[in-house]
Design a protein around this ligand. Structure first.
Ligand code: MEV
Length: 313
């Protein structure tokens, strides 16, 4: 990725402490950006290529949406530390970084809010359903809260689609240690979000579960404010149970969650579920990593408090 005609940007992945899936229905969520980044470079070219291979944008919906106004060919180079289809926001990070790199190439200034709208539309174009939570976390970095009234004095932006509104605020990144465990099983977000929607459409029981996730998230926000790791851990484990009832956990996720529990305050799947990653809150990260490895998962002791989407020379 060198040369002066390239326009380059990166964005972080993220994990959800509490509130995934329920956030699609306007419920609260708390998310942290992590030190796994997606970097993309773009320049004009005769043909559309990505990492040296010809590409057909029709098969790459995020790229197709984000380049909808570009009339020339484009060459892309990507480097990612974020595992794909793992609940860590790889597609939102790609969309945020690409939207920023293209705006620089075209000399258009975009605010963070503009980038969120653009990355969120790319996500909706690709998967049809979802919230602007991942796009917000990958654009802003640090920590964000969605629809948490207490955080409104640090309001960043509000995103509205149809009857749903998501008010996004900046929050302090808690000084706590989180270990992510990747099952290695790829699970695209769209079908999992649609599965939950079908459940909600036909069952008031599922609606109650989403309301319970809301309560757990609100209590978790208070626990974070008090620095109460024990209570936050309990709530994360409770959230995992609620997400399992919604049908988005898997045997592999449950295995990694259960293996982490003896060394953690709590653990849960993170992101869309179905495979992908879980996260444990712990003060024994090495032990949790070992437990995750012993069950066939890949652990990452993630660093938080990282910057959002940014340009690179
Ligand atoms: C995926 O990271 C989070 C979900 O809540 C979907 C969304 O908010 O778009 C499952």
């Amino acid at each position: 990725m060198s040369g002066s005609d390239w326009y380059r940007a990166s964005a972080p992945g993220k994990f959800v402490i509490l509130g995934e899936h329920a956030v699609v229905y306007g419920k609260p969520a708390i998310v942290l950006a992590v030190d796994l980044r997606m970097t993309i470079a773009v320049r004009g070219s005769r043909f559309n290529t990505i990492n040296g291979e010809r590409i057909d944008f029709r098969r790459q919906p995020h790229l197709r949406y984000l380049t909808r106004n570009v009339t020339s060919g484009l060459e892309f180079e990507t480097k990612s530390q974020i595992p794909v289809g793992s609940g860590l926001g790889s597609s939102a990070a790609l969309s945020a970084a690409l939207a920023l790199a293209l705006s620089e190439k075209e000399n258009r200034h975009m605010t963070e809010n503009d980038l969120v709208e653009e990355a969120y539309e790319a996500e909706l174009y690709a998967q049809g359903i979802g919230s602007p939570m991942d796009a917000s976390a990958c654009v802003h970095g640090g920590g964000i809260a969605v629809n948490l009234p207490e955080a409104s004095d640090r309001h960043l932006w509000t995103v509205t689609r149809g009857e749903r509104t998501w008010s996004v605020s900046d929050v302090d990144v808690p000084d706590m240690t989180f270990v992510i465990g990747n099952t290695g099983i790829k699970a695209p977000t769209g079908p999992l979000v649609s599965k939950v929607k079908r459940f909600l459409d036909r069952s008031s029981f599922a609606v109650d579960i989403v309301d319970d996730i809301e309560q757990v998230t609100l209590q978790g926000n208070d626990a974070i404010a008090r620095g109460d790791v024990e209570q936050l851990g309990r709530l994360m484990t409770e959230d995992h149970k609620l997400l399992s009832i919604l049908g988005v956990s898997s045997n592999e996720l449950n295995k990694l969650v259960n293996a982490s529990m003896p060394y953690s305050y709590g653990a849960k799947l993170t992101g869309a579920g179905g495979g992908g990653c879980m996260v444990a809150l712990t003060d024994q990260p090495e032990k949790v990593c070992e437990a995750i490895r012993s069950r066939g998962g890949t652990p990452y002791v993630v660093r938080t408090g990282v910057p959002g989407a940014m340009l690179h020379p």
